[in-house]
Design a protein around this ligand. Structure first.
Ligand code: G6Q
Length: 537
């Protein structure tokens, strides 16, 4: 891989650093005017992003363009799509893999960027298509009728993205089919789901890339046990999505097995079999095809060099402006759409697991900040909860709003001459203005200081294609930021330590179960002490 410089060693860094001394003041008289609102709009693949309410000037935008160019952000993205080994740290052992989640949806141009990976994805999609057809025509069915429910068992990347997509697109689901999710090793997570469904007409989709994840394997066993107790044969109900050659790659145990590949990272895997087997069951194959088409339209559009025409790149750079130059520690993603209820949770993982890093791609300690803290909830609910802090707190929270002009169901009511969808949209845009301009008042308690940076990402309606595109916009934003910071956004060593320690503590539980005089303190004093202090043993 070509050696890229750290971002604070680029000339654009000093340029932007100087500009950050006096950022654009959104509260000054006439600052947020018609011309600015008109000019600060980006369009990409059917989306519009309004960013007049960011603390940006044309100078800053020019600096950000330089930053994109000097860091080779777009060039790196293209090289990632073509199969460069981007998941690595030079000079030390690392995953050392290609990063090809974009190949899982690169079917539409006839010229895939990485033909081999796309061919592998296509093979799996064909298998899925056959399976869905068999479900539709009754060739594959439960003993007492067609399958009506699916339980998806998986965690982290094998849960968050797929679940966010399912919830976002529930209004498009085949009416006779529902999906339920079990992720937490907390037995109550499974108990709640098992209580509410008819297992005899349920498929269980066990999803684990590694095939070794403690939570998923425990939950699979728990659900299998429930099937056996109900007199049902798990082999007729369980399907699997896993990495080729993983311990779960055992077709004899499953009705069907689908594969994903080591070049697809867990948190980037929603458009691989990890997400689309479940989404295909819920939405039908056409729904999956639309999601993939939408995502692919963004993967192509991000090759645009002009940051003003490339929403994911501009989002990434505005995030860097707010985080690294204006010193904001966090970013809130606030969708004005109830359907996006778990989207922020997915982005939390996608962003924080990717960019929560302290070393660069050469293994040296970073001398700039990497990823921010990401969080969010749908509006308007959030308005009645935590927006107080965003408006008047001492911490500045940049906001990325997401909204749609039309509702999904199209069912609405006219009250006082406006629909509920219009009330939702009015609230969204009102928040954007209020955060930017603030409001003066003699009463200090009613004063809003403004200059709270935000942007508004808009599409017409949250359809499967738009959802696929939205997913890809955020994946690309995260990846672009990692490229600019010169970090590896594709590994996750940080989650390993906890896993190892948890296994050490589990050994004390099982030690105690087989031997009443077991003394784990001999091998692991710290773990033993803490478990005793917690009253767990
Ligand atoms: C994502 C992470 C992590 C992973 C889960 C589940 O990028 O690697 O969240 O997805 O730990 O892993 P398995 O799919 O291997 O069970």
């Amino acid at each position: 891989m070509k050696q890229y410089k750290d971002f604070n060693a680029l000339p654009a860094f000093s340029e932007l650093d100087k500009l950050a001394q006096k950022p654009f003041d959104l509260t000054s008289e006439g600052a947020l005017n018609s011309e600015r609102i008109r000019n600060y709009v980006a369009e990409t693949a059917g989306f519009k992003m309004l960013y007049a309410t960011q603390r940006l000037s044309d100078d800053v935008l020019a600096g950000l363009q330089n930053l994109a160019d000097q860091s080779g952000a777009v060039e790196q993205f293209i090289s990632m799509k073509k199969g460069s080994v981007m998941n690595r740290i030079d000079g030390v052992p690392s995953e050392n893999r290609m990063v090809l989640h974009t190949a899982t949806r690169d079917f539409f141009s006839g010229e895939p960027d990485h033909p081999k990976a796309t061919a592998q994805a296509e093979t799996e999609l064909q298998k899925l298509k056959l399976f869905l057809d068999a479900l539709d025509c009754g060739d594959v069915s439960a003993a007492n009728g067609s399958f009506t429910d699916m339980i998806m068992v998986g965690i982290g990347g094998s849960d968050l993205g797929p679940r966010a997509l399912y919830l976002a697109l529930e209004s498009f689901r085949i009416p006779a089919r529902r999906v339920h999710f079990i992720s937490n090793v907390d037995p109550d997570d499974a108990a709640r789901v098992l209580k509410e469904i008819d297992l005899s007409r349920t498929l269980v989709n066990v999803v684990s890339k590694s095939g070794t994840t403690l939570e998923t394997l425990s939950n699979e066993e728990l659900v299998r046990d429930a099937f056996v107790k109900a007199g049902l044969e798990p082999e007729n109900h369980f399907i699997a999505v896993t990495g080729k050659g993983s311990p779960m790659d055992d077709p004899a145990r499953y009705l069907r097995s689908f594969y994903m590949f080591d070049y697809i990272g867990g948190r980037y895997s929603a458009t691989s079999m990890v997400g689309v087997v479940m989404l295909g069951f819920a939405l039908g194959y056409e729904g999956v095809d639309e999601i993939l088409k939408g995502a692919n339209s963004i993967d192509r559009a991000v090759e645009e060099r002009d940051i003003r025409k490339n929403i994911p790149l501009l989002l990434a750079l505005m995030g860097i402006w707010n985080h690294n130059f204006l010193g904001c520690e966090t970013v809130a993603i606030l969708p004005y759409s109830q359907a996006l209820i778990r989207f922020a949770a997915h982005l939390q993982q996608c962003d924080m697991e990717s960019n929560g890093k302290s070393i660069n791609r050469q293994g040296q300690e970073l001398t700039c900040k990497s990823g921010p803290i990401v969080w969010g909830e749908p509006g308007t609910n959030g308005q009645h909860a935590f927006y107080q802090l965003i408006h008047q707190g001492t911490t500045i929270v940049p906001v990325e709003f997401i909204g749609f002009r039309k509702s999904q169901y199209g069912e609405d009511i006219l009250i006082k001459n406006t629909t509920s969808q219009q009330k939702l949209s009015a609230n969204l845009l009102a928040q954007s203005i209020a955060l930017a301009t603030g409001q003066n008042n003699e009463n200090p308690n009613r004063r809003f200081l403004g200059n709270r940076p935000n942007s508004v990402l808009l599409a017409d309606r949250l359809t499967p294609a738009v959802m696929g595109a939205l997913l890809a916009i955020y994946e690309a934003k995260v990846v672009f930021q990692g490229f600019v910071w010169n970090i590896n956004s594709f590994d996750q060593e940080g989650v390993q330590l906890g896993k190892v320690l948890a296994n050490r503590l589990l050994a004390h539980f099982s030690g105690r179960r087989v031997d009443r005089d077991y003394n784990g303190g001999k091998n692991d004093q710290l773990g033993w002490d803490i478990m005793n202090a917690a009253g767990m043993l």
